[in-house]
Design a protein around this ligand. Structure first.
Ligand SMILES: [Mg+2]
Length: 174
């Protein structure tokens, strides 16, 4: 059960991930979580730093997607300004949206890396799909209500993983 929450890769932020290595390992599509992964929830539009990263990833020929549990109105400015496809109200870790993505873009699970800040949604969801799961530290300190629930449960999981020496905060790996 604990394995379900173990990220394949753990990095400080989306700017610290070795995308070249992912490319080399056959990853074609990057699925980003939005809130606290790409941007803090009080940031309404992507900053220049975010825009530059996404452009760079597109230049590397990655298919870049935003898959968020947040509503349309939250996701839309990021989708539009970054020029990426997106899914809102995705109910991660449920599989529906992920399965749709495999179908629409004709991808195999092994060609997808999913990046997010939460074990219970992003990492569990990615692992269930057998995507490469990448955990980053959450940016920003405020959370939506649902996320607050997850943030209560998450410490227990972190604690268990920590005790087994599997995952320690700030101990990054690839
Ligand atoms: Mg998040």
């Amino acid at each position: 059960m604990l394995d379900s929450f173990m990220p394949d890769i753990y990095q400080k932020s989306i700017y610290d991930i070795d995308y070249k290595k992912l490319k080399k390992n056959g990853i074609k599509c990057l699925i980003f979580d939005l809130d606290n992964t790409i941007a803090p929830i009080n940031m309404k539009k992507p900053s220049k730093k975010i825009r530059d990263l996404i452009e760079e990833l597109k230049d590397m020929k990655f298919k870049v997607l935003i898959v968020s549990n947040s509503p349309k109105k939250r996701v839309e400015p990021f989708k539009d300004i970054l020029g990426v496809d997106s899914a809102y109200l995705s109910f991660k870790p449920l599989k529906n949206k992920y399965l749709k993505i495999l179908k629409i873009y004709k991808l195999k699970p092994s060609q997808i890396a999913a990046i997010g800040d939460q074990l219970l949604t992003d990492i569990w969801g990615a692992n269930r799909m057998e995507f490469v799961s990448i955990l980053v530290n959450p940016i920003g300190t405020t959370d939506y209500v649902l996320t607050k629930f997850n943030r209560l449960v998450e410490p227990f999981i972190y604690n268990k993983l920590n005790k087994k020496d599997l995952l320690k905060k700030g101990h990054y790996y690839e």
